[in-house]
Design a protein around this ligand. Structure first.
Ligand code: ZN
Length: 459
């Protein structure tokens, strides 16, 4: 039989996950993510797909993160007419996240076109629009975990919990050709055991071929306990300082984890001394999706979440939906914990809160997630003395704290342990993306012929 896998992204880099599996005459795409990074990298999102989108029979999406889902609206716009299979929670999160990506793309195009006009250049179209994302959503089909089903002739699919974000899935595929069946496992992004809210990544025992992530294949994470102790210390120190605490947070995942941790340690961390503001319409919407899916939580989170219908149990949580509600927070000088996006301070309401707080030494900024190079969040972590907001140079006097251990990705040990669970005749050389170098087709050898390092695309 012939199974052919081609890697079109997240190979030699960690974004733009997109892999094409061909078995017999069926063509199946695993993920269709946006390339993220600097301007030059992101410009590649405008390149035509290296395959004909109309020739793809189906897509299986591992999870809602934009670097896995963000080019689906483009795929549909370019002629893909098949079904996009994913977990139902991923579908619901994609509705929010793709819409936001469409909105940002429209806004970027307006900004870019103003510049182009001044240079006498032609206008560009947005990469995709909010309307494009709505059209793409029509092709989604939401699935549940642990149910094996036929999705194409000769192709069966089952999703298992990857424990990375809500709805994230390890993709198990049974591929049949010429009377023979092979099992391909695609890890998607793998979470960490003990992560707040989510279950641990599912253990898979059998596969003929494995494609797995390796984002943190060269690193070990700090323990959860250490990270929680750091948050506790920041809260303690901040209490006497008569200022506010700002937490820039990603709307999906990190925000809900922080809310949950605040609820879980409400008494220990003396959170009754604070007013907590959730100031992000997107995070509020995402929190609603979490609330609808408490059956996917670990037991402790499910119990805590169920005690309150709309958010984890926090008596002093203020939900700030409108711009007026958000602006009202600017009047508060002390005692507020403000959770607002964007996670790297590149846009969103956090910029307004920075303007009102970052120059005051009584205030604290708590960074809880990865900060890419070139973002204001990264500059603050690196000790910038000033930041520019709407053309205004603002002094940085607030204390900056980085809580480094909250990553939603498995680290080196966890990746190795997850892979070690494959039993019987183990596929000894997983095709780890992030390590392979080019886009040449990879012909999967029969499992008995697998040799260590023998068939990665870069050789
Ligand atoms: Zn992810």
């Amino acid at each position: 039989m012939a199974i052919n896998v081609q890697f079109f992204g997240a190979a030699g880099e960690v974004t733009g996950s997109c892999h094409l599996v061909t078995v017999g005459d069926q063509r199946l795409l695993l993920d269709c993510g946006l390339i993220q990074g600097g301007r030059k990298d992101e410009a590649r999102n405008r390149d035509p797909f290296p395959f004909d989108p109309a020739s793809i029979d189906a897509v299986v999406l591992s999870h809602a993160h934009i670097d896995h889902s963000g080019r689906l609206p483009l795929l549909v716009k370019s002629g893909f007419r098949g079904t996009i299979y994913t977990h139902r929670a991923s579908r619901d999160l994609c509705r929010i996240m793709l819409k936001d990506a469409g909105y940002l793309s429209e806004k970027d195009a307006v900004w870019e076109n103003r510049k182009r006009e001044r240079k006498g250049l032609e206008h560009i179209d947005p990469l995709f629009t909010v309307e494009d994302t709505k059209l793409a959503m029509r092709q989604f089909k939401g699935l549940v975990y642990a149910k094996k089903q036929r999705i194409l002739p000769g192709v069966k699919l089952r999703l298992a919990d990857a424990g990375h974000i809500l709805g994230s899935s390890i993709v198990e595929l049974w591929l049949e050709d010429g009377g023979e069946t092979r099992k391909l496992v695609f890890s998607g992004d793998l979470g960490r055991s003990g992560m707040p809210v989510l279950e641990d990544p599912a253990v898979i025992h059998q596969a003929d071929h494995v494609i797995m992530e390796s984002t943190y294949g060269d690193r070990l994470h700090r323990s959860w306990e250490d990270s929680y102790r750091e948050i506790h210390e920041v809260l303690n120190d901040a209490t006497g300082s008569k200022g506010n605490i700002l937490i820039p947070a990603f709307a999906v995942g990190r925000t809900q984890e922080i809310l949950y941790l605040f609820a879980r340690y409400y008494d220990d961390w003396r959170l009754d001394r604070w007013h907590i503001f959730l100031d992000s319409p997107m995070a509020i919407e995402a929190t609603r999706v979490f609330t609808q899916n408490t059956d996917l939580f670990d037991a402790e989170a499910a119990e805590l979440w169920r005690q309150n219908k709309t958010s984890p149990l926090l008596p002093n949580l203020h939900i700030s939906r409108t711009a007026n509600q958000s602006m009202a927070i600017n009047q508060i000088r002390r005692g507020a914990i403000i959770i607002a996006g964007s996670g790297m301070c590149t846009g969103g309401r956090i910029k307004h809160h920075l303007k009102h707080n970052i120059w005051r030494e009584q205030c604290q900024l708590v960074i809880t997630g990865f900060q890419a190079r070139g973002t204001p969040g990264r500059a603050l972590v690196d000790g910038a003395q000033h930041i520019r907001l709407w053309g205004e140079e603002i002094r940085v006097a607030a204390k900056i704290h980085t809580i480094g251990g909250l990553s939603a990705h498995a680290d080196q040990t966890a990746l190795k342990n997850w892979y070690a669970n494959f039993e019987g005749r183990p596929p000894r050389d997983p095709c780890t993306w992030g390590r392979t170098g080019d886009h040449r087709p990879v012909q999967m050898p029969p499992p008995t012929a697998l040799r260590s390092g023998a068939h990665s695309a870069s050789g």
